[in-house]
Design a protein around this ligand. Sequence first.
Ligand SMILES: [Fe+2]
Length: 293
Amino acid sequence: MAKGKIVAGVLAPHPPHLVYAENPPQNEPKAECGWETLRWAYERLRSSLARIEYDVIIVQSAHWRTNSGTHFLGVPHFKGLSVDPVFPNLFRYTYDLKVDVPLAEAICQKAEAAGLATEMMRNKDYRIDYGAIVSCHMTNPSWDTPIVGISSVGSARYFNMDVLQAQMFKLGQATREAVEASGKRAVLLSSNSLSHRHFTKEPALVEDMSFEHINNHNQYLWDMKMIDLMKRGKSREMIDILTDFTEQASAETDSGALSWMMSAMNFPDYPAEVHGYGTVIGTGNAIVEWSQA
Ligand SMILES: [Fe+2]
């Protein structure tokens, strides 16, 4: 059997607004328009991934938060309705997805052997979180590829970012080893925004783009700093300053997904492709691809 490979890693943020504005049949609320710069960035990502063959999408989501270690979806098929608890007016999405359970089990076992607390999630009625759904939908709206779903842990809040990153480096290594042993070709998704200070009021028409802009300039500068490091292939440096970035920009990197993905990809030293950047209710979001195909 040929050795498996991580063929791409993608920073794939999950504002439900993006699915809302796309108007797919799965989502009940309908929009006129909105957040085009980010949706066009996802279009460019999809064109890029269409040129690569892959068997599975592995996603770590900020909104499946497990405080008792890292959990993995462990049921082959999930069907149900996912409602965003903060934006139920925008996201009521009927999902129907397949899970690569053998690969999930393999990553889980390797992570456990590396000393992490892990668990396979075997509840067939579990409601998949909107973070994983939005990132996967925007990356592959046809849902024709199975996923591996990984939870995020609360270590950044319970302890600090350094503890979280140490754990995510182990999880990343476990992911890479399991993918290589599986013989499969995997795309990784880090499902999170960059800066994450957001407005607390919505305009009457949610997709009225005259209200959309970055929450504050400090946050914008931090996002540009991170993106500059990505573009210059300096992922180690990016990860080194992730603690300061996460604190000062209230960034959603406190989920650990970006640290996990960079570790799984062995801290790429080549330039990433930035497909686009834009704000959603004031938060900073970038769609960025590291290709290893
Ligand atoms: Fe989020």
